[in-house]
Design a protein around this ligand. Structure first.
Ligand code: SAM
Ligand code: SF4
Ligand code: SF4
Length: 367
């Protein structure tokens, strides 16, 4: 049996990576011509909230087994994979989860990722999505580590409604403290995500819009999605963005803005009085698969090509099996170039979507 030699210093990651494997003269593109630009990395499958639309308490209770630590990608493994992705076209990385701020020393990972550069030498657009519960404590360390901007989830201004939605009795005021801390240390822009569920928090839309109007924070309304298999999703609980916009327009004068980047998920609107921006993420009623350039890396190192995918590609096995960076790059290119996923578009068009699906959970694959 051959003996496995573990070098004391691993120089592989500082070696130049092979150039992106692309169609001749072009960028790495999937089977529908979509480039790879955006990587979402889930750093933990755990969360201190139990939002009913994501990790309902009845399912994610004390009997649920979360991943043991040895299964998680280490920061070194994440950074190594991220470097390969960046060499293949990724320009934006979002850390997510579960609740990413629960991962110990997350700022160390931020620092490691902030040091990466695109093949053109540009820094990455590095961001993180959090429920805000630990943000007041962590904002300074994250900023110092090189995080540029942040997205905070908040579903209501009304304390009782919010406590019910997060289902762990967490107060609005502490999330607002987190947002204030992020603003104070200069994380910018700050976005706030509100998942809107008809009959649960849709009557909070105006209060949220009023609160963030003129604060410099961009509020984004997300249609409640049928991700995962545990949230009991029903179409009649979705408030379509068109309807939401009509409600906003009864009080605010809003002007449409163009997309800031290709693959932008939010339709952007601007307060005519200079009070800032609002985003509508119509993931259910207006599928945006056509230019979806997002890949997702799960906590245990599986690559998912769609938020609604039912299976991932194991990259951790490659890493831990001793693959070289160029092998991983080749595998990634092969996987991405075969990508045909466009779940939301198919569902919206009434076409059949694969039925074997037990869709992967949002907290595991990251939002
Ligand atoms: N825990 C962090 C948080 O809540 O911001 C990060 C992970 S969370 C899965 C990422 C985003 O997905 C959050 O903004 C959350 O509101 C959103 N999300 C989760 N389940 C959703 C669903 N069923 N429909 C729409 N958005 C959802
Ligand atoms: Fe946790 Fe975020 Fe899911 Fe809520 S949406 S349960 S905060 S991972
Ligand atoms: Fe992208 Fe899949 Fe969402 Fe379509 S359904 S936008 S392919 S993640």
């Amino acid at each position: 049996m051959s003996e496995r030699v573990i070098p004391l210093v691993d120089h592989r990651h500082s070696l130049p990576l092979p150039p992106p494997l692309a169609a001749q003269g072009g960028l790495l593109a999937d089977a529908l011509g979509r480039p790879l630009r955006d990587l979402r990395i889930s750093v933990t499958d755990r969360c201190n909230f139990r939002c009913s639309y994501c990790m309902p308490k009845e399912v994610f209770d004390k009997h649920h087994s979360f991943l043991p630590h040895a299964e998680l990608l280490s920061f070194e493994e994440i950074t190594r994979l991220a470097r390969v992705f960046v060499a293949q076209g990724v320009q934006k990385i979002r850390l997510t989860g579960g609740e990413p701020l629960l991962r110990k020393h997350i700022e160390r990972l931020v620092e490691m990722l902030a040091a990466l550069r695109t093949p053109e030498g540009a820094p990455l657009d590095l961001t993180l999505t959090t429920n805000g519960s630990l943000l007041a404590r962590k904002a300074r360390a994250l900023k110092d580590a090189g995080l540029q901007r942040i997205t905070v989830s908040l579903d209501a201004m009304d304390d009782a409604i919010f406590r019910r939605m997060n289902d762990v009795d967490f107060p609005v005021a502490e999330v607002l403290d987190g947002i204030a801390a992020a603003q104070a240390v200069g994380l910018a822009p700050i976005k706030v995500n509100m998942v809107v569920k008809r009959g649960v928090n849709d009557h909070e839309v105006m209060a949220m819009a009023r609160h963030f109007h003129g604060t410099g924070v961009t509020l984004r309304f997300i249609e409640y999605m049928d991700v995962g298999a545990t949230n009991g999703w029903r179409m009649d609980e979705v408030l379509p963005s068109r309807e939401l916009l009509a409600r906003l327009q009864t009080e605010f004068t809003l002007k449409p803005l163009g997309a800031s980047t290709l693959g932008e998920t939010a339709e952007r609107w601007q307060h005519a009085d200079g009070g800032g921006e609002i985003g509508l993420i119509s993931s259910v009623t207006q599928a945006f698969c056509g230019d979806c350039n997002r890949a997702r890396l799960s906590t245990e190192g599986k690559l998912y090509l769609c938020l609604f995918a039912h299976a991932g590609h194991d990259l951790r096995g490659l890493l831990r099996g001793g693959a070289q960076d160029e092998d991983i790059a080749g595998t990634l290119a092969a996987i991405w170039s075969g990508r045909k996923d466009r779940y939301s578009q198919l569902r919206a068009s009434g076409a059949s979507v694969p039925s074997e699906v037990r869709k992967v959970e949002m907290h595991y694959i990251g939002g």
